[in-house]
Ligand binder design. Structure first.
Ligand code: TXA
Ligand code: MG
Length: 342
């Protein structure tokens, strides 16, 4: 693909208008959301989705999320049930994506050939302003090269996609740090979590009759050939460093990292533990789910900048917001969990 000049824009009215013009003409703009940066193109412009796949190096059977500035804009391209509005009232704008039946208006190239479309109304003001100014829904995956950690800062987008996209809107670091919760509606008043995120199963249960969790969320091997959420089948979020998902107490993990014979070893630990790590301590704030999710992808990128060979990360519980981290970590670690015994 031909090199282009990638312009980095601040968040301003002028920059939003400039970026919206690029979207209207079928170009590619990376923009901040509250979860991670997205790589946006018009969901209606013929051929624009193909450009996204090319820029990312992403397999074209992995469907894109279509972003709207108001939930009711989904009616333009999806079959919207009352349950969608119940969810929207509670969680939109925000980090929730709902899979709906699509209409003819959306080209199959956007949805990886599926007859469903994933809809998300982000809460970040720059994202909503861009969608509004573009006058069309925006198809956007995370703005990283396929397989690498999702970008939570404009610099991460630039590192992966400089010269491959038209512009980046720099809105600073993303609040959440992991991608949105993706759900499908089961048709019986319940829903299934296909990808966990900041909107948790307990939160969804306040609105839905039942909440199931797809097996592939915690077991990547179940992603199979016809996965419910195709993005979950690929090796994902992987830095060049080997990620060791360690199941054990924090002190045990630090011991294991300190005994690791590899030349450059790092460990993701809460702030107070920095001086216990012999190699490189990668600090994750207070160690709670919010701080861990916020820091995780950024720390994996830092590990590569420091040319680390291995990074130890403690396996979190599979509950609440930690489920999102668990899901990303086991994929980054290639599905392997290390325990004190092995
Ligand atoms: O937070 C987010 O969701 C970010 C920001 C930019 O909004 N976007 C994002 O997009 O993470 P992406 O393409 O990296 O991940 C989309 C996920 C993939 O796992 C994909 O398979 C799934 O959503 N997905 C998209 N459309 C789907 C559909 N029709 N049915 C099932 N899963 C779908
Ligand atoms: Mg992604």
């Amino acid at each position: 693909m031909s090199e282009k000049k990638t312009v980095v824009l601040p968040v301003s009215d002028g920059a939003i208008a400039y970026a919206a013009d690029i979207i209207k003409r079928g170009g590619l703009v990376a923009f901040p959301t509250e979860t991670v940066y997205g790589l946006g193109a018009s969901a209606y412009y013929p051929g624009a989705a193909k450009k996204i796949y090319e820029a990312k190096g992403r397999p074209s059977d992995n469907p894109l999320i279509v972003h709207v500035s108001e939930p009711n804009e989904a009616e333009d391209f999806a079959v919207v049930q009352s349950e969608f509005y119940r969810l929207a009232e509670r969680f939109m704008p925000g980090p929730l994506t709902v899979v709906l039946k699509k209409t003819e208006k959306i080209d199959p190239s956007v949805t990886g050939g599926l007859d469903t479309v994933a809809v998300r109304c982000p809460e970040h003001p720059a994202a909503r302003a861009l969608i509004k100014a573009s006058g069309c829904p925006i198809a956007a995956p995370s703005a990283n090269r396929s397989g690498s950690p999702s970008p939570t800062e404009a610099a991460h987008v630039l590192a992966d996609l400089d010269g491959r996209i038209d512009a980046i809107i720099d809105g600073g670091p993303c609040r959440v740090g992991v991608e949105s919760t993706v759900i499908s509606l089961d048709g019986d008043g319940g829903c299934t979590i296909l990808r966990p995120g900041d909107v948790t199963a307990d939160m969804l249960a306040e609105v839905m009759r039942s909440v199931r969790i797809a097996g592939a969320v915690t077991d990547p091997s179940l992603s199979g050939d016809r996965p419910l959420s195709p993005g979950m089948k690929y090796k994902h979020y992987s830095p060049r460093a080997e990620v060791i998902a360690y199941e054990g107490a924090l002190e045990e993990m630090i011991d294991a990292a300190n005994c690791d014979p590899a030349p450059r070893v790092g460990a993701i630990v809460p702030d107070g533990y920095a001086d216990q790590v012999k190699g490189t301590a990668l600090l994750s704030g207070d160690g709670g789910a919010d701080d861990m999710c916020h820091a995780f992808f950024s720390l994996l990128r830092q590990a590569d900048e420091l040319s680390l060979d291995r990074v130890y990360v403690r396996v979190p519980p599979k509950t609440g917001k930690f489920l999102a981290l668990y899901n990303r970590l086991i994929r980054a670690a290639g599905g392997k969990i290390t325990t004190p015994e092995n």
